[in-house]
Design a protein around this ligand. Structure first.
Ligand SMILES: [Zn+2]
Length: 118
């Protein structure tokens, strides 16, 4: 299974989130699991993606952007993962700061623990 829908209860507002793994965001013990709102009563101010409903070869729009500041021994550094997910394939944009930048990578299977959870 490549992706799964989960119902998220956000203080009484229920929305659907698509759960999947981004290989660009996987680092160390973190598999890079994402939960992106795709339907239902998504809280105002939160991003929402259009999802084509295909859990094996999903397409999401607009692009997926993960950005934060890493604090390493050499000081703060901006970390960026920016991709389009189309028909089950990530297209990592060149502003990504990880080695998949500019590459296409198939969506990996969800880890077993993530599938069981729901
Ligand atoms: Zn990512």
């Amino acid at each position: 299974m490549k992706a799964a829908l989960r119902t998220v209860d956000d203080h009484g507002r229920e929305y659907q989130a698509l759960m999947f793994v981004c290989p660009g965001c996987a680092r160390g013990g973190d598999v890079g699991l994402h939960m992106l709102p795709v339907g239902g009563d998504v809280p105002e101010g939160r991003a929402r993606w259009d999802f084509d409903g295909d859990l094996e070869t999903p397409t999401l729009s607009p692009s997926i952007l993960t950005r934060y500041t890493m604090h390493g021994t050499d000081g703060p550094r901006e970390w960026v993962c920016h991709s389009f997910l189309r028909a089950g394939v990530f297209e990592f944009l060149t502003d990504s700061t990880h080695p998949f930048a500019g590459q296409q990578v198939p969506l990996p299977d969800l880890p077993d623990w993530a599938v069981r959870e729901g």
